[in-house]
Unconditional design. Structure first.
Length: 117
């Protein structure tokens, strides 16, 4: 089984999901569970920190597509940070930069939520 870990922590009113290892069809349900818990807790401002993610498959990408509409319908969003080039290239290839905001650092993504007027 692939090595994958999800950790959710709060940074002010923003929820940060740290993902680590390999995100694929076998491990995507762990990330789905994290998103479901955030929705149940009415936490819709989410930053996903990819600092420790080594690999993502199309199934992993699908998790973000499945939840972004719910987040945005509730005045939130999903923003991405700390992505390695090889992981970003997968997102870029599939057009994600037109749909999501990408940040070099987690603090930039968190601040983007806090700067909203």
């Amino acid at each position: 089984m692939a090595d994958f870990n999800v950790n959710v922590r709060g940074v002010g009113s923003v929820s940060v999901i740290d993902v680590k290892g390999y995100l694929d069809a076998h491990t995507a349900p762990e990330l789905e569970n994290a998103f479901n818990k955030l929705i149940n807790d009415a936490k819709f401002q989410v930053v996903v920190n990819f600092n420790d993610l080594s690999y993502i498959s199309s199934a992993g990408l699908g998790v973000f597509m499945a939840y972004v509409e719910t987040m945005r319908d509730n005045s939130g969003d999903i923003k991405f940070s700390n992505m390695k080039d090889n992981v970003y290239n997968i997102f870029d290839l599939l057009g994600f930069p037109m749909l999501y905001e990408f940040f070099d650092q987690e603090t930039e993504a968190v601040n983007k939520f806090n700067d909203k007027g």
